[in-house]
Ligand binder design. Sequence first.
Ligand code: CMP
Length: 143
Amino acid sequence: MALERTLCIIKPDAVEKNTAGAVLAHLEEAGFKIVALRRTHLPKNVAEGFYAIHKARPFFGELVTFMTRSPVVVAVLEKEDAVAAYRATMGATDPAKAEAGTLRKKFGANVGENAVHGSDSLDNAKGEIAYFFPANEVAPTAG
Ligand code: CMP
């Protein structure tokens, strides 16, 4: 196991419901350190760029409309094996299929409005963190 960092986005549905703090508390209780944090309203071009890999998918337009409709909270999470650990903590993409106690089961509504995003690999985590946070906004690793 290695100490890793991953990107978390608390999506508009969760922020609108005033559950961003509950999501962050859940993550801290699960052992993640929040090493960078910002609330921001994504411009269309930023959401399109972030999800560029999904550009050809039929739900791309809906995804961008959703992600830009109101503010999100973006965070960098640090933990041993953070990428896999955070994916397990989020649960399946579709909240209906997510395990009990996961973030998407607790806070998500459906496959589009599923409360949180997480990086799917360490390589993508590095790119996604850099997409949102300049290096000087991310706390250095303790010790
Ligand atoms: P996320 O982890 O943010 O990465 C891509 C997102 O696309 C995913 O979460 C879902 O919210 C969204 N998505 C995936 N499949 C669908 C779908 N069939 N309809 C709408 N949105 C989807």
